[in-house]
Design a protein around this ligand. Structure first.
Ligand SMILES: [Zn+2]
Length: 113
């Protein structure tokens, strides 16, 4: 299951951050996840509950924000929204677009004890 590896990646970030701040427990987490990570928020919440058992993040409340994907055209430098099937530049129709966001996994806020 795809979400399990995302949840494990997230847990690693949380463990590093709590250690850095000398916290014993994370209580609330806000994460930003790129649309192109193809991650289902409910599945991720469930997967995180499972992988965080017995860790500093056990029982933490997870709030998930999905970040829309954006691409940039190499030729005309235009930025535009993309999805899984559309990577075309609206200006020149080129497919040389570079994905500038939409694949991120980022912990933006964390409350600790
Ligand atoms: Zn273009």
């Amino acid at each position: 299951m795809h979400e399990v590896s995302i949840a494990q990646g997230l847990l690693k970030i949380v463990e590093d951050e709590t250690k850095k701040h000398g916290a014993s427990r994370a209580t609330r987490l806000h994460v930003r996840i790129g649309e192109l990570s193809a991650c289902v928020p409910d599945s991720l919440t469930f997967a995180f509950e499972v992988v965080s058992k017995g860790t500093v993040a056990e029982g933490a409340e997870l709030s998930i924000e999905i970040v829309p994907a954006r691409g940039r055209c190499d030729k005309c430098d235009v930025e535009f929204d993309v999805d899984d099937t559309m990577f075309l530049c609206p200006q020149c129709g080129g497919i040389a677009a570079e994905i500038i966001c939409g694949k991120e996994l980022e912990l933006t806020e964390m409350e600790v004890d």
